[in-house]
Design a protein around this ligand. Structure first.
Ligand code: C5P
Length: 229
């Protein structure tokens, strides 16, 4: 079994580019993440093409609709045999329960809590009071009690969520490898989390895009990250 926790985010508009990058680094990662943009552009055909590489597929579709529609969408992607699919935890208990019930036996259904593009001002504008942290913890709790396998969370949140959901499956994006020289492109960023730190804090899956996909040498970049885990 492949136990490498790195899922490479294939955020490329062209299918051929996504496929070429994935094939190059396939030996150093554990799976491939395809997002909404890829799915809208290339659909089932695109997923089938990428699946030929032979790695597990994470469909990051962030589904959010009435329970019946989300269950129908989950059934419609059965044939693609994704290993992970995302739904919005804000869609509520019935939606999450139905999404999980409609998922394939080996598919992890994972809840998106609060998009990192939203701050507390945006929350207040949609009628949600309190802090972003409280909202993440509240939705994590709801996802757990609704039968989901886990949630998507940042490297800063994973330890707190893990402490209250011991056997949860936690997908962590937004990671940046440590800079061996202590400076350079990420050296001035104070709040980055490395893949190793996220793993140590309880992450099950490490979503990594640009640090590998846009590196001058993607294979060397993937191998270097793999070596730190
Ligand atoms: O930044 P990077 O290219 O590694 O992002 C990889 C993936 O993680 C992207 O598909 C992006 O949409 C997602 N991401 C996220 N939340 C963040 C940062 C990135 O969902 N805070």
């Amino acid at each position: 079994m492949n136990t490498n926790p790195i899922y490479l985010a294939l955020d490329f508009p062209r299918l051929e580019t996504a496929e070429a990058v994935a094939r190059k680094v396939a030996g150093h990662i554990g799976g491939l993440k395809l997002g909404l943009e890829f799915f809208c552009a290339h659909g089932h055909h695109g997923v089938h093409e990428i699946a030929k590489i032979g790695l597990p597929i994470f469909l990051d579709l962030k589904l959010h609709d009435i329970p019946n529609t989300v269950a129908g969408a989950m059934q419609a992607i059965h044939v693609l045999e994704p290993s992970i699919v995302t739904v919005h935890a804000g869609g509520g208990r019935a939606m999450m329960e139905d999404a999980k019930a409609a998922a394939g036996e080996h598919c992890k259904v994972v809840g998106v809590t609060l998009l990192t593009s939203l701050d507390e001002g945006d929350m207040a504008a949609t009628g949600i009071g309190g802090t972003a942290h409280d909202q993440v913890m509240r939705l994590a709790d709801l996802a757990h009690s609704s039968g989901l396998d886990g949630i998507v969370c940042s490297g800063h949140e994973v330890a707190a969520v893990h402490s209250q959901w011991k056997d949860g499956f936690f997908v962590v994006p937004g990671l940046r490898p440590a800079d061996p020289h202590g400076k350079g492109s990420h050296g001035d960023q104070k709040r980055t989390v490395t893949p190793r730190q996220a793993r140590d804090a309880g992450a099950s899956v490490l979503v990594i895009g640009r640090p590998i996909a846009r590196a001058e040498d993607p294979v060397a970049a993937a191998r270097a990250i793999e070596g730190t885990l």
